[in-house]
Write a protein that binds this ligand. Sequence first.
Ligand SMILES: [Zn+2]
Length: 171
Amino acid sequence: MVTALTEARRARRIAEQVPDPELPMLTLADLGVLRDVTVAADGTVVAALTPTYSGCPAMSEMRAGVAARLKDAGYERVQVRTVLDPPWTTDWITAEGRLKLAEHGIAPPGPAARPAPGPVPLDLSATRRAVPCPRCGATDTEETSRFGATSCKALWRCRACQEPFEYVKEI
Ligand SMILES: [Zn+2]
């Protein structure tokens, strides 16, 4: 007998493997946007996603991707819900996701500068962060454009190896 919990785990594994439309080397699991996957008594799969950057038009593609993969896997009724609270932060990108970005020549985001609940410690070092070059590791880098091909990425250039690279902005 297949329990609802086992079904939910199977459905989650399928949804997790959907690639991000903007950073296709990352899955939704790598991005940390898949909040929950449940299977209702009538067999309806409900997947909950948290959108990434508000400026990114990727959410509808993510939703469609999750629904399509689950339907391909034999789930006839699929609902994709959007969960806005708590808002997504780049801190939710997994260690594996950060590794994949670097392997593709994209600098992963630093810690998000989101105010923590409670007293906020004054941390001046967090305001200006060196972005290491994903190719050679040098920290002698500069931003050349705040917005790259998509609003979630900035364009940087390494002064050491002269190569331009993309940087996923922390939010
Ligand atoms: Zn470099």
